[in-house]
Structure formats: structure tokens, C-alpha cells
Design a binder for this molecule. Structure first.
Ligand code: SF4
Length: 360
């Protein structure tokens, strides 16, 4: 089954100032250019989760229910809705016996149980790197550790990890939380983290925790995932050279919001986050010679291309891609779906994911 996806930006009727008006308002000495961060955009976990919903629609037919946003991106969610996905907040909104996909951010055991209770058929699209953190939480809880989970209160991923061992976990929302933190046994404490945090801020929190609890144990491997870390490294490289950084990504996307903060911390004169190119305000270009562009891990490349097209209209047609890492990670689809695809003779997923970006 093929579907035509409308790639046009949502239209917001407003009159833009012309490139000449912007240039007249604040002339730029020298050439205008774009530094385009790489890696940017889709990570392996998002790629897998979005394909999981697409394949579920293709092989089971609409509607396919999805608990929470499959990934935190408005465009991705609305595109899947057009194809027949129905996004719900909780399992009790799903008719008994229906098909439900768990999002990339993961779910707690209580949510899994509520799906069983409603006789729902489920596909678990939790990113394997989130599942890894869940397993660490379970293992340390079994060892009777107190777990300090660094992450944002209310974020779905944190709720899911917390739900693995609520009696053993305290959430550390920010470095400021450390001062008031109390544990039962300071010699048996471990820290874990949300996968999409600022690397620098997390290490600041860990250092404060270690000052307070010198025997604090580290997780066996980094919880902040490769994609979050790589995208932050790329923007750190670009930010000091820019007058303006545009991050493409949604407001509820933790890693996208972190990219804006990291750009500001590392010297961008200004950083803005947009969902779509039509949210870019041309007044941001006044006096700007170099624009940095990046995108969060849940952002399809088409949205970046639309921003670059708009920038080109305003004289920023020269684009230099700044590559700080190569990524070739691809996760296999959720096992429930793999079985269905094998049964239906569909091996198209083996042809490569959309994490691969066209060369510019
Ligand atoms: S950002 Fe990291 S943890 Fe989240 S889906 Fe992507 S790879 Fe997985």
C-alpha cells in the first residue's frame, strides 16, 4: 500500500518582510551562510517506532491505536493520524480487543498490565535504549539500591522508568534538587538518567550527587543515548560561529529543547526552536551572517529542508554541513511486528531505514 504524504508546511497567513527589507534594516558585512549540523534529525529509535506504526497500519489496517505521541513531533503525529492512527493518553480509551502500539518513550509495567486486562493486542515500540534503562532500574532495585533517576518530572520516559520500581526510585529533576535529597542508605545509591538530557547538565547533577553521596554508583553504561549526545556535540561545534541557531523540533521533544539550550550555552548569539519553517520569523535574520541549523531526534529531514529553502530565499543559500559523527545504527522492528511481517512475506524493512540522510 502506498500513501501520498502532504509535505507542505501548515499555512499561517501573514505577510513576510522581503529579503531586501531585512537587509536594509540591518546590513550584513560579508557573505551569508548556513552551517548545518550532522548528525541531526531521526535517530534509530524514532525511525523504528514510526515504521512500526506505518507497518501496523499496512498489515492490520486502520485504526491502530497508539498510547501517547509515538515520538514527540507534531508533523509525524499528524501524518500518522491522516493514515489511520489514533493517539490516546491511556489504555482505557482503547476499545477492548484492539491493536495498541506503545510509544518510543516506553511504558511502566502497570500500563502493560492494563493493556492485558483490556485484552489489547500490543506492539511495543519502546526504543531499545530506553528498555536498557528500564532493565538497569529493575536490576538495581532487586539489589536493594536506591535509584536517583535524573530526568524531567512528567516526561513519559521518566514515568515509564519510574514505574519499574517506584519504591526504589527518586526523580532528580535538576541540579537544584540535590540539596534537599535524602536517602536511606548513602552507601547503596546509584544514578540513572533519562536518555535525552543535556550531557553537561547531567554531569553537573552527578557531580553534586557524588559530593553528597561519595559512594554513589554509576550506571554500567551511559543512559544518555548516542543520538542525543551526537546531536549536542554537533551543535556545540557550530554554535560559537553563529549569529542565529534554528533548531527544528517540537516543544515537548526533550532532546530538541536541549539542543536550543546547548546552542545558547556554547555561544550562539540567538537560538530559536520551530516545528515548521513558517514559524521562522524573518526579523531573526537582521544583521545575521551565519545561521546554524539542526534538528531533534524525532524530526524528519523534510522539515529541515523546508527551513533551508526559506533561508535560501533570504540569501542564505550557501550551506556547509559540519559533520562531527557518522551514525549507522538501525534497530530491528518490535518482535510482535516482525512475526506478522514474516507471516505476510514483507521483508521491506530490511532495505534500510530513514535514518540515512541524503548527501548535500
Ligand atoms: S533519542 Fe535516543 S533513546 Fe530516544 S528514541 Fe532516539 S535513540 Fe532511542
Amino acid at each position: 500500500m502506498s500513501t501520498t504524504v502532504d509535505l507542505s508546511m501548515p499555512t499561517v497567513p501573514r505577510v513576510r518582510r522581503t529579503p531586501q527589507e531585512i537587509a536594509d534594516a540591518a546590513p550584513v558585512a560579508g557573505a551569508r551562510r548556513v552551517l548545518l549540523a550532522a548528525p541531526r534529525g531521526y535517530c534509530a529509535g524514532v525511525d523504528r517506532a514510526v515504521i512500526a506504526v506505518e507497518k501496523a497500519l499496512e498489515h492490520y489496517g486502520a485504526p491502530v491505536y497508539v498510547r501517547k505521541e509515538i515520538v514527540h513531533n507534531k508533523y509525524v503525529v499528524s501524518t500518522l493520524e491522516e493514515r489511520g492512527a489514533i493517539f490516546v493518553d491511556e489504555t482505557d480509551e482503547v476499545p477492548e480487543g484492539s491493536l495498541l502500539v506503545f510509544s518510543a518513550h516506553g511504558v511502566s509495567p502497570a500500563v502493560v498490565q492494563s493493556a492485558v486486562d483490556r485484552n489489547l493486542q500490543t506492539i511495543d515500540a519502546t526504543c531499545p535504549l530506553v528498555t536498557k534503562v528500564h532493565r538497569e532500574a529493575v536490576r538495581f532495585a532487586r539489589g536493594d539500591f536506591e535509584i536517583l533517576l535524573i530526568g524531567h518530572v512528567g516526561h513519559e520516559e521518566v514515568e515509564g522508568t519510574f514505574g519499574e520500581a517506584p519504591e526504589h526510585i527518586q526523580i532528580v529533576n535538576s541540579p537544584e534538587d540535590v540539596a534537599t535529597l535524602e536517602v536511606k542508605n548513602p552507601d547503596k545509591v546509584v544514578w540513572l538518567s533519562q536518555t535525552t538530557l543535556s550531557v553537561d547538565e547531567t554531569m553537573e547533577t552527578v557531580n553534586l550527587l557524588r559530593e553528597k553521596f561519595p559512594n554513589l554508583q554509576d550506571p554500567p553504561s551511559d543512559d544518555i543515548c548516542y543520538a542525543t549526545s551526537n546531536r549536542q556535540t554537533a551543535i556545540k561545534e557550530i554554535a560559537p560561529q553563529t549569529d542565529l541557531v534554528i533548531v527544528v523540533g517540537s516543544a515537548n521533544s526533550s532532546n530538541s529543547v536541549r539542543l536550543k539550550e546547548v546552542a545558547e550555552e556554547y555561544g550562539a548569539k540567538r537560538a530559536e526552536r520551530v516545528d515548521f519553517a513558517n514559524q521562522v520569523d524573518e526579523s531573526w535574520f537582521e544583521g545575521v551572517a551565519t545561521v546554524g541549523v539542526t534538528s531533534g531526534a524525532s524530526v524528519p529531514e523534510v522539515l529541515v529542508t523546508q527551513v533551508l529553502d526559506l533561508l535560501a530565499e533570504y540569501g542564505y543559500g550557501e550551506v556547509e554541513e559540519v559533520v562531527t559523527a557518522e551514525e549507522d545504527i538501525l534497530f530491528s522492528l518490535p518482535k510482535e511486528l516482525r512475526a506478522k511481517l514474516a507471516q505476510d512475506g514483507d521483508n521491506s524493512r530490511q532495505l534500510g531505514g530513514r535514518g540515512a540522510r541524503p548527501k548535500r
